[in-house]
Write a protein that binds this ligand. Structure first.
Ligand code: PEP
Ligand code: MN
Length: 337
């Protein structure tokens, strides 16, 4: 349930409304906007007398919130959330572009790609150190050494680093070493992992599971936020459908849907969504047109020899070309790159 106060209600009046609400056994989430303050009632609101609250002179409206997600719900927090990650913003006017290889392979590889994407205007470097592979026989990532190489690439280029965590045991290490902790599609409902990263203050890039609904995705964000970490960035990366031509089906409609339901930033991953390098540019542009706050793109200097996800990786020159195109699309949306 949410209680919307009358415009320009002052602190004293807000306290009086809160005093009146304290008789109920619920927690409050007060969100002060420029003109309107919204109080979210979290918990079992079945005993709350909605009509009585509506008659309070400072209350504009009382609404039943049917969605189970509260902290990520736009109704509680009308303004867009802007996440500060490694000194850069995600969710503001400037689009975030996260680029880099699927996996960190060698020092020259990650540093070379980091330099190239930085020169083209990327704002973050991505690279997997711990890889969630379908086969246990496939390359699993350089693990701890991969993290060290990402840190070296950050040192050299100044780009904040984004990398995937798979084990709750590594949360402390990731918290200390990386700028944005990625939760991959396969772990979107690994609730223990979500709870652990929720205890940190690091921004979390939460990918949508390949077979998860928007509501399930937002409930996973809720797990992180319930732990006290409000810096969640959602990432649409394609879902499983009957169509097999592409690796997944990019659910672009999820972008405006999530923007409507939630205040959290949303970015799009056209690389994992399609599995094909030639589809990355059109879908990155479509993502910007759909209102995404950024994109995450796999870039490799030698896609044919990539240890993971070569077919969907684009080369640094192709990335530079996409950046030029994205600038024009961003301008149409009133955004910058
Ligand atoms: C990745 O970003 O390299 C990755 C494995 O992505 P996803 O979790 O979306 O499959
Ligand atoms: Mn990948």
């Amino acid at each position: 349930m949410i209680v919307i106060l009358k415009p320009h209600t002052d602190d004293g009046q807000i306290s009086r409304v809160l005093d009146a609400l304290k008789q109920y056994d619920v927690a409050f989430n007060v969100s002060k906007g420029e003109t309107v303050t919204v109080i979210g009632l979290v918990g079992d609101t079945s005993a709350v007398d909605r009509e009585k609250i509506s008659t309070n002179p400072f209350v504009e409206r009382v609404m039943i919130v049917s969605e189970p997600f509260k902290k990520s719900n736009r109704k509680f927090h009308p303004e867009n959330t802007v996440v500060n990650a490694g000194g850069r913003e995600i969710g503001g006017r400037t689009l975030a572009v996260i680029a880099g290889p699927c996996s960190v392979e060698t020092r020259p590889q990650i540093i070379g790609i980091a330099e190239a994407v930085r020169q083209s205007g990327a704002s973050f470097l991505r690279g997997g150190a711990f890889k969630p592979r379908t086969s246990p026989y496939a390359f699993q990532g350089l693990e701890a050494e991969g993290l060290e190489l990402l840190k070296a690439a950050r040192e050299q280029t100044g780009l904040p680093i984004v990398t995937e965590i798979m084990s709750p045991k590594l949360v402390e290490r990731f918290d200390a070493d990386v700028d944005v902790i990625q939760i991959g599609a396969r772990n979107m409902q690994n609730f223990d992992l979500l709870k652990e990263v929720g205890r940190t203050k690091k921004p979390i890039l939460l990918k949508r599971g390949a077979a998860n609904t928007v509501e399930e995705w937002l409930m996973s964000a809720e797990y992180i936020m319930a732990g006290g970490n409000s810096g969640v960035i959602l990432c649409e990366r394609g879902i499983r459908t009957f169509e097999t031509y592409t690796r997944n089906t990019l659910d672009l409609s999820a972008v405006p849907v999530v923007k409507r339901l939630s205040h959290l930033p949303v970015i799009v991953d056209p690389s994992h969504a399609t599995g094909a390098s030639w589809l990355v540019a059109p879908l990155a542009k479509a993502a910007v047109a759909a209102g995404a706050d950024g994109v995450i793109i796999e870039v490799h200097d030698d896609p044919a020899r990539a240890l993971c996800d070569g077919p969907q990786s684009i080369t640094p020159p192709a990335f530079a070309e996409i950046m030029v195109q994205l600038k024009a699309y961003a301008a149409l949306e009133g955004r910058t790159l």
